[in-house]
Design a protein around this ligand. Structure first.
Ligand SMILES: [Fe+2]
Length: 278
């Protein structure tokens, strides 16, 4: 297995492995080391069925089912099918539109996912690129005065917040009961490397605790402005059957919703069990 760092603020390409190699302990160790160091790994061009993807994902930890039941694969609930095809009649899955802004997966949970795997099954003829942001470098780029202001601060994450530009997919009563608002540190430490990362989510982070709403909004806008700078970003142009794995503890991601109406864009996704942020 070869790890080839990308010429970007994050990311590495993995060469010389297939999904069936991920069960080998030395491969799993190398993949996790690459993920901690580069925050994102691209495994190109290997087709995986849902059970094969679950098995491959086990190299990164324990796969877990996602919140929204309608996305779960019937046979393999840890694998979900993400349909972001744009429909002219407006029946497009809301998650597709919501993914247009920067977010980290599952921050509305007490124990958010460590990593996400996304495997492209069908892609449009053009567009639909996914962007990734290195939240270590965003934190490190902040002025010292801002770092002092946010030191030790906690933030409230909610399934929806008026700060987000799009509304989320509707939840069933059971799913609502499973997703109360949740507090996380605004700056978290990576459990593998100890590096600090700004823990933002433009779709879920509602307010910083201990501030008035207006002050919290202004500070969140300032932090967001740093995260939006291209110097922290890498963009992935999908090829069918790519598998991209990212570290949710120190990255955000977003998708370009710029692909042609009616062209199918279908991904398989697996979330990996994480730790409580600290
Ligand atoms: Fe996402």
């Amino acid at each position: 297995m070869k790890v080839v760092p990308l010429e970007a603020p994050l990311g590495a390409r993995i060469e010389g492995i297939g999904w069936q190699d991920a069960g080998k302990p030395e491969v799993a160790t190398a993949l996790n080391r690459a993920l901690g160091e580069h925050l994102l790994v691209v495994v190109p061009g290997r087709p995986m069925t849902a059970p094969q993807m679950r098995d491959f994902a086990r190299a990164f930890g324990t796969p877990r089912a996602q919140l929204l039941r309608y996305k779960r694969n019937n046979e393999v609930p840890e694998v979900s099918t993400m349909v972001s095809t744009l429909m002219a009649d407006g029946t497009t899955d809301k998650t597709a539109l919501r993914s247009e802004d920067w977010h980290t997966d599952d921050s509305y949970m007490a124990v958010p996912a460590k990593a996400t795997l996304l495997h492209s099954m069908e892609i449009p003829s053009h567009g639909g690129r996914t962007w990734f942001c290195n939240m270590h470098s965003v934190y490190e780029a902040l002025p010292e005065a801002t770092k002092k202001r946010i030191d030790g601060k906690r933030a409230m994450h909610a399934y929806d917040t008026p700060r987000a530009s799009n509304r989320p997919s509707p939840r069933t009563p059971q799913e609502i009961a499973e997703t109360p608002d949740i507090e996380h540190p605004l700056v978290r430490s990576h459990p593998d490397t100890g590096r600090k990362a700004l823990y933002l989510n433009f779709n879920r982070l509602d307010r910083i605790l201990g501030f008035e709403r207006a002050e919290s909004d202004a500070l969140l806008d300032e932090l967001a402005a740093e995260a939006r700078k291209p110097r922290h970003h890498f963009v992935h142009q999908w090829t069918v059957r790519d598998c991209v794995v990212w570290d949710n503890r120190a990255t955000m991601h977003r998708v370009d919703v710029d692909y042609p109406m009616g062209e199918r864009r279908i991904m398989q996704r697996v979330l990996i069990e994480g730790d409580k942020p600290f």
